[in-house]
Write a protein that binds this ligand. Structure first.
Ligand code: SF4
Ligand code: SF4
Length: 288
């Protein structure tokens, strides 16, 4: 089973913002949301090998071989021109990486790691890989002390959560908005599954934190912050909420014109949440 592969956009061997401690983070390619505020829109699509990005590559790092895009990492200087031109928000630089490959990377970095986080894109779209990876880590005498976390939009059915949660130590769950119409406008999907998922994960005692992107004039309204407060408190008294501040980096053209979120605005909302009884509210370390 360790030969099962995932389509991987990027691997970080050190991150302290993707769960507790220092973590190996695997960013899987592909997403079922289409967020106008996504900072990594090139992780959304899956390459269809159209070849449109090849002329954009000044380094000759891309070619079509037997109808498949082929990427030469040794020639690439990471200019990102291919990402800018792709019509379906995909990347020609993704790699197919097996569970065995990830275990090897984890072994090499083990002295510095607290755990592994699978992120995206949307990690749960490649559920079989995630489950197999987490099972393999827990069965490995050298790696079993590493915690296994998922960063997700929560758009996953009950049966799938039933398979994922037993092998997962923690879940970071993004809620984009509480008003259904606003959520649909921001993501292209409804929020019912995500809200249900938060309760399912919490009932399994695996909810590490809720994440909420604060966008001026959209998700910083009284109704949205009230929705966040009530929902978080309904999950229990010890809930942890991370507020993220909307910034322009990477976002689509429509959102480039939106006002960015300031530290003053975030601090005000954080104070409100703490006063309402949410014990742990995390705010951004910096604002770009
Ligand atoms: S990355 Fe995009 S532009 Fe390049 S081959 Fe794939 S689908 Fe076409
Ligand atoms: S990021 Fe790499 S593959 Fe893409 S266009 Fe630039 S050099 Fe070519």
């Amino acid at each position: 089973m360790n030969s099962i592969q995932a389509t991987v956009n990027k691997i970080l061997t050190y991150s302290c913002v993707d769960g507790p401690g220092n973590r190996l983070v695997i960013f899987l390619q592909g997403c079922n949301f289409s967020c106008v505020t996504c900072h990594n829109p090139y992780t959304v699509g899956l390459c269809n090998h159209c070849g449109d990005c090849i002329p954009a590559c000044h380094a000759n790092a891309l070619e079509l071989i037997d109808g498949q895009i082929a990427f030469d990492p040794s020639a690439c200087d990471q200019c990102d021109a291919c990402l800018d031109i792709c019509p379906i928000s995909a990347s020609p630089m993704v790699q197919n990486i097996s569970v065995a490959d990830i275990l090897e990377i984890a072994r090499k970095n083990k002295p510095f790691l607290s755990g592994i986080t699978v992120s995206g894109g949307e990690a749960t779209l490649q559920l079989k890989f995630v489950i197999t990876l987490f099972e393999a880590i827990k069965a490995d005498s050298e790696l079993k002390s590493l915690t296994c976390f998922v960063d997700t939009n929560g758009h996953l059915g009950a049966q799938s959560w039933g398979r994922l949660l037993p092998v997962t130590d923690g879940v970071m769950l993004d809620i984009k908005a509480f008003d259904p119409a606003l959520h649909h406008g921001l993501t292209g999907q409804n929020n019912a599954k995500t809200l249900k998922a938060a309760k399912t994960v919490r009932d399994a005692d695996k909810l590490y934190e809720l994440r909420f992107l604060v966008i001026p004039g959209k998700t910083d309204t009284e109704a949205e912050i009230d929705g966040l407060t009530k929902f978080a408190l309904s999950l229990g008294p010890d809930i942890r909420v991370r507020l993220n501040a909307f910034q322009h980096h990477g976002v689509r053209a429509e959102a480039q014109g939106w006002e960015t979120m300031t530290k003053t605005g975030i601090d005000k909302i954080a104070a409100h949440l703490r006063k309402a009884g949410i014990p742990e509210v995390i705010t951004p370390a910096f604002y770009l």
